[in-house]
Design a protein around this ligand. Structure first.
Ligand code: IPD
Ligand code: CA
Ligand code: CA
Ligand code: CA
Length: 261
C-alpha cells in the first residue's frame, strides 16, 4: 500500500487551481452555454464541464492509477473499495450564482488515499482564496494557517441554510434560524463551508451530494468542527445526505431543535 506524500499532491493541486481560477474568471466574461439538468434551477454550463475535464486530465496524467468522481460525469467504478488515490471533483460549485451573479461560487476537490481522508480544497474564485488542508497538514487559506474558530453556540452567530430547506421549513429550520442571530442563504456549499471554517457563521446546513461535501468535510474535520448528518450520524462520503457543518456547540443546539418536530 503506497502512501503518497501530501506535499507532492499539494504542489500539483495548487498549480491546477491557478489555472482553474483563470478558466472560471474567463467564463465570467464569456457568453456561456447554459443547459438545464434536473429542472429549471439546476443548471450546467460549458465552463463546469471544461473545468472538470481539465482537472481529470491533470489528475490522471500526474497521478496514474487514480480514480475520479466528478459531478459532470467523469466517474470511475469501485471507489469505495479502491486502494490508491480517489479524487472527488466539483468543478464549479454554485453554478446558479455563477450564471446570475458572477460571484459567490467555488471550485472543490477532495483527495482520499486507501479510503482515508487526505486533502480538501475549496477555491473562493472571486476573492482569490484557496482553503486547503487535511489531517496531516492542518488547514490553510492560501499560505497562512487558518486560525481556529471559537466554539460558539447557535444564539451567538449567523446560520447559513439552503434556500430549499428554508422555503419548506424542512426539519423545523425556521425555528432553528430564529434561535440564531440571523439566517443567511448564500447558495454555494463551498462558500457555506468557508464561512464556518472562518467563523463568519456558526453553521451551514443543506442536502448535499458527495462532490458538494467531500472537500468541506475534510477541511472542517481537520479544523476541529463538527460535520455530520442532521440526524447526528457520520457522513458516508459517497452518499447524498442532509449535511450540517457547525461549531460543536451550535451543532448540539441545532440538532436538538431539528428533533423537536
Ligand atoms: C449546489 C450548490 C447549492 C446547494 C446544492 C448544490 P452546484 O451545487 O452548492 O448551494 O444547495 O445542493 O447542488 O450544483 O452549483 O455545484
Ligand atoms: Ca450542479
Ligand atoms: Ca456543488
Ligand atoms: Ca457543481
Amino acid at each position: 500500500m503506497v502512501v503518497t506524500d501530501w506535499q507532492k499532491i499539494n504542489a500539483s493541486v495548487q498549480a491546477w487551481f491557478k489555472e482553474v481560477r483563470c478558466q472560471l474568471l474567463a467564463g465570467c466574461e464569456a457568453k456561456l452555454q447554459v443547459a438545464k439538468k434536473s429542472g429549471r434551477t439546476d443548471l450546467v454550463t460549458n465552463i463546469d464541464k471544461q473545468v472538470e475535464k481539465y482537472l481529470v486530465t491533470q489528475i490522471k496524467q500526474t497521478f496514474p492509477g487514480s480514480r475520479v468522481l466528478g459531478e459532470e460525469g467523469d466517474r470511475d467504478q469501485d471507489l469505495a473499495t479502491y486502494q490508491g488515490l480517489v479524487w472527488i471533483i466539483d468543478p464549479l460549485d454554485g453554478t446558479l450564482n455563477f450564471v446570475k451573479q458572477k460571484d459567490h461560487f467555488a471550485s472543490m476537490l477532495a483527495v482520499y488515499e486507501n479510503g482515508h481522508e487526505k486533502l480538501g480544497y475549496i477555491l473562493d474564485v472571486i476573492n482569490d482564496k484557496l482553503y486547503w488542508g487535511g489531517p496531516e497538514s492542518g488547514v490553510f487559506c492560501n499560505t497562512a494557517r487558518l486560525p481556529k474558530v471559537p466554539d460558539l453556540f447557535l444564539d451567538q452567530g449567523l446560520l447559513d441554510v439552503s434556500g430549499r430547506m428554508l422555503i419548506r421549513n424542512y426539519r423545523n429550520v425556521a425555528q432553528v434560524a430564529e434561535k440564531s442571530m440571523g439566517i443567511r442563504v448564500y447558495g454555494s456549499a463551498g462558500i457555506g463551508f468557508i464561512h464556518v471554517l472562518t467563523g463568519k457563521t456558526v453553521g451551514y446546513c443543506s442536502h448535499l451530494h458527495p462532490w458538494d461535501h467531500a472537500a468541506g468535510k475534510i477541511l472542517a474535520k481537520a479544523h476541529g468542527l463538527s460535520v455530520k448528518s442532521i440526524d447526528d450520524n457520520e457522513l458516508d462520503v459517497l452518499s447524498s445526505n442532509d449535511v450540517l457543518v457547525a461549531t460543536k456547540n451550535a451543532k448540539n443546539d441545532i440538532i436538538k431543535l431539528m428533533r423537536k418536530r
